[in-house]
Design a protein around this ligand. Structure first.
Ligand code: SF4
Ligand code: SF4
Length: 134
């Protein structure tokens, strides 16, 4: 069975690189965001970037999510659906080979690069206000 905690020491929360949040969710949780360096708005979503490209809600101290109980739906599906594969274990909890891990990490990197490029191109950039720059 898939168990996220099984390899948390190894993965260092490798999936916590989410950058796009529904606006309603963002407005509710933005007070918990940290180190935001760039913010773009589309019709119903926010692109939120940090210098390290980690998710703005990732808490380095506890190596986990600062809003875990209210995390976006995407995050709760990580590792459990084909579109969001965990690099370290498959849906049944079987640990992946080094080669599989490397491939998934490379694919994710590529996907994020593409997504950031597209949203930056289409999105409207906002100046980061005090309340959003934590
Ligand atoms: S889903 Fe995978 S990458 Fe994400 S924290 Fe769990 S074990 Fe790590
Ligand atoms: S919202 Fe939380 S669970 Fe989702 S990517 Fe960010 S830190 Fe990880």
């Amino acid at each position: 069975m898939f168990d996220c905690k099984k390899c948390i020491d190894k993965c260092k929360a490798n999936c916590c690189f989410l950058h796009v949040f529904p606006i309603i969710w963002w407005e509710k949780n933005k007070k918990h965001a940290r180190n935001v360096t760039e913010l773009h708005t589309l019709d119903d979503a926010k692109l939120v970037l940090t210098k390290e490209m980690r998710c703005a809600f990732f808490d380095k101290g506890m190596m986990g999510c600062a809003v875990y109980q209210d995390r976006p739906e995407t995050c709760s599906k990580f590792g459990l659906i084909d579109q969001l594969p965990c690099p370290w274990q498959d849906k049944d909890g079987k640990l992946r080979t080094d080669k599989e891990t490397k491939n998934i990490l490379a694919q994710a990197d590529e996907m994020f690069k593409k997504m950031r490029g597209e949203i930056r191109e289409k999105g409207k950039q906002y100046t980061i206000g005090e309340s959003e720059n934590r």
